[in-house]
Design a protein around this ligand. Structure first.
Ligand code: 4AD
Length: 456
């Protein structure tokens, strides 16, 4: 179907005076005495294109005024008073009718209501803006790494090893329920892979394999977590950006994370001006200014031990009590980012007991070289570390956790054959989108959210 994108018509002045064909869905329509107006959107732009219909002209338009109807319009682009341009229609063809039961009749619907119809909510301004921001950020992240000699690696989604060891793996099986197996071992050895398999919670372990050959790599793909936490920031399927760098220590990883975030947010502010203004107007007043502020200052850095002291001295009445050794809850993370630092802050060197087996053990014997990045409004968006590169120390940490070393033999080999200091992090892509848009529920920054008790 030959037609011009509405974005092009709205932004390219050379169309003025030209005849064009545009397609789209009717967002609103007004029918006055001599003229009718249609606000048309084809998804290429947050802004709609106004179609002006002169009722005296011989144009069939009556069926085109219903919300949600898809139409094709031919007409001339003219300068307009309020918008940059509009189209004086010469012909209108209804492509797909839309009956009155179309649910998106009102101007503004609640996000909860829209969550009940993921197949239609993309046609609202909010989701038009969210999905474009998502797309622009994804491209910027790829560009950031590609421009700096990182190799993009696709790590396996089906795996036999649990990276985080938190017992949150979805099982992958071809076996249904059966009483024919005597025990779990027999059940798994008869399954497709001959052993227990699951969906990967992180590409890190295989990312390390690639980094030990290619030096600097990143992954950008889905991770899966069967977390039973029905919170506004957890999904069962989320997109994960995981760079892994050889010949790097924790400060190098922190520096790269900050530079990457600043670079992609700068590009977002420059590329998605309309969308970011929309979020500033409708979701979080002043968000553009806050992001500008964020990228023009250094992020904070604080050790876990200092962070615990700050929380204990805060006088705040937290739901979860604070003591050295506890995991930081969202309320603690947000207090540190929002009240103490009032900006993004890296928290480093966590107690080894609350972090994963692979993290480099610090000389104090109590902490590991871990880092989380906390941001106002969301809490943690990045989790990373320097990795334990010493074979014996890694084995000891795995034994402490009662892990089955046989499942990790490839990973252990990396420490035997030319081991180097290395590290990386995982950025939750949806959490980044929440942070930069001010959208406060993770279910509203992805096309089809998967969360506990919720799939379609
Ligand atoms: O802190 P996490 O668990 O770290 C890892 O998975 C490491 N293997 C990463 C690495 O070092 N390569 O997860 C990293 C990030 C979190 O900070 C969070 O942003 C996101 O992944 N994340 C989730 N996002 C949405 N829903 C969930 N259920 C998430 N779990 C983690």
């Amino acid at each position: 179907m030959k037609h011009t994108d509405i974005k092009e018509v709205l932004t390219n002045a050379s169309f003025i005076g030209q005849k064009v064909t545009v397609c789209g869905w009717v967002r609103t329509a007004r029918n006055s005495k001599n003229v009718a107006f249609i606000e048309l959107n084809d998804g290429t732009s947050l802004k709609h294109l106004q179609i002006v219909i002169d009722k005296a002209a011989d144009i069939e338009y009556e069926n085109a005024l219903r919300l949600g109807t898809s139409i094709k319009v031919e007409g001339t682009v003219v300068e307009a008073r309020q918008a940059a341009v509009e189209i004086n229609a010469e012909s209108i063809e209804v492509i797909g009718e839309c009956p009155l039961e179309y649910p998106l009749q009102k101007k503004r619907h609640t996000l909860e209501f829209l969550r009940t119809m993921p197949h239609l909510r993309g046609r609202t301004n909010t989701f038009n803006a969210v999905f474009r921001v998502r797309s622009v950020l994804a491209e910027s992240i790829h560009k950031y790494f590609q421009n700096r000699n990182y190799v993009y690696i696709n790590t396996p989604l089906i795996t036999g090893s649990d990276c985080e060891g938190a017992g949150e793996m979805f099982q992958v099986t071809t076996h249904g329920y059966s009483t024919e197996f005597k025990n779990a071992d027999e059940y798994y050895s008869n399954d497709f892979f001959g052993k227990k398999a699951g969906l990967s919670v992180s590409g890190q372990l295989e990312g390390e394999v690639a980094a030990m050959a290619l030096g600097k790599i990143y992954t950008f793909g889905p991770s899966f977590r069967a977390e039973n936490s029905n919170t506004p920031k957890h999904l069962a399927e989320f997109w994960h950006v995981e760079p892994e760098v050889a010949f790097a220590e924790l400060p190098d990883i922190i520096e790269m994370a900050e530079d990457m975030l600043k670079t992609v947010i700068r590009e977002l502010l420059d590329t998605c001006k309309d969308e970011m203004q929309f979020f500033d107007d409708h979701f979080e007043k002043g968000i553009i200014g806050r992001l500008e502020e964020l990228i023009s200052h250094d992020f904070g850095v604080v050790s876990y031990t200092e962070a615990i002291k700050l929380l204990q001295e805060s006088g705040e009445d937290f739901v979860y009590p604070v003591s050295w050794g506890c995991d930081l809850q969202t309320e603690h993370e947000r207090y540190i980012a929002e009240k103490v630092f009032k900006k993004a802050v890296f928290v480093t060197d966590y107690p080894k007991e609350i972090k994963s087996f692979y993290m480099k053990q610090n000389p104090d014997g109590k902490t590991v070289a871990a880092v989380d990045l906390l941001v106002p409004g969301v809490g943690e968006i990045i989790g990373g570390s320097e990795r334990e590169a010493d074979y014996e120390k890694l084995i000891a940490a795995m034994n402490d956790r009662g892990m089955n070393l046989d499942l990790y033999s490839d990973y252990l080999d990396l420490r035997k054959f030319g081991s180097v200091p290395h590290g990386g992090f995982g950025l939750g892509f949806e959490r980044l989108i929440m942070y930069v848009t001010g959208v406060s529920n993770i279910r509203d920054v992805t096309l089809y959210p998967r969360a506990v008790g919720n799939i379609r």
